[in-house]
Design a binder for this molecule. Sequence first.
Ligand SMILES: *Cc1c(COP(=O)(O)O)cnc(C)c1O
Ligand code: SF4
Length: 373
Amino acid sequence: MTSTKELKNDSWDDWRWQLDNSITTLEALRDHLNLAPEEENAFHKVGKRYVFQVTPYYLSLMDRNDPNDPVRLQALPNVKELADIYHIDQLPSFHRSGVESENPLWKEGKTDVKCIVHRYPDRVLFHLTNLCPTYCRHCSRKVHASHDSIVSDRSLIDRGISYIEARPEIRDVLLSGGDPLTIGDNKIEYVVSRLRQLPHVQIIRIGTRTPVTLPQRITPEFCQMIKKYHPIWINTQFNHPNEVTLEAKLAIERLLEAGVPVGNQSVLLKGINDSVDVMKRLVHALVMARVRPYYLYHADLVRGAEHFRTSIAEGIHIIENLRGHTSGFAVPQYVICTPLGKTPLNPNYLIGSGPGHIALRNYEWRTWKDPDA
Ligand SMILES: *Cc1c(COP(=O)(O)O)cnc(C)c1O
Ligand code: SF4
């Protein structure tokens, strides 16, 4: 029997079974993968600082033998996550100074309600939980997956809703986490229905990686529930074409049939998707599944995820080889998150200007002078 067959059973399509049977130990991982010595070695060392968990479904996408498999690299611990302790200065992490931190996104926009980040005038991030079905090694909120993570309780969630209620300028609420879909439909409905009673909340967005790591979560019941509260948008995070499986596509189809537009926010990850070929295959697989590539994030400067970072030039190179070379709506906006917010990064097509004209170049580097009013 193959590893996938051993894993799969009658409960495979039940998301709660997937969560209850998530893989958290080295022994369970060994049953399904041939681990390289470095992977075995990383498991306990890295486990002292960061949580490991992967759903049986996401595990089933991994190549059994290849430690460089793109799904494996996103979910299995790597000693590079401890670079600050083991390779750089031998000091415990909390002694390290510099711009890096475990959670740079929270520097600005912090509010006195712990689950609300309010960085832009008209929209807020609302953290419903710190838990995720699978913990991504590149997560920009890695602190959430450390052992001291906290789950938002009902009274904190109520304070979050009151924060939004008191501010009529908030027209867009992003439910986030962790992964907000690790919590049950009743709790999600509680939040969404209360937000819908606020006339100034125009749109509600859910940021969830479940279509990628736990597509079983997108049940018909969830879709029936959520469609009562439109406009609801969902953004997910496919990073590699191998993740766009039949099960993922069926989950997306259920969302689309419930009228929920689905967007994708990829992270540019060294050794996983930092090439034109992989990115092109990813965006094509996404638009075939009717998912709109929305953002391509430059990997954040996060402690424990430094090894995933590429140069900005590599990101621009990828965008340059998508724009004009494929359908316009298949090209995501490349962005970098700084403590001041998201900043777009674009190739330059405006290459000069003079009195009454501008000089442009196209995607093939042919140049053109156009009159400028
Ligand atoms: C990314 C982000 C948003 C949403 O940004 P959009 O560009 O509207 O998708 C809102 N608040 C915070 C704190 C964010 O990091
Ligand atoms: S699902 Fe999102 S929040 Fe959870 S570990 Fe992955 S990137 Fe981080």
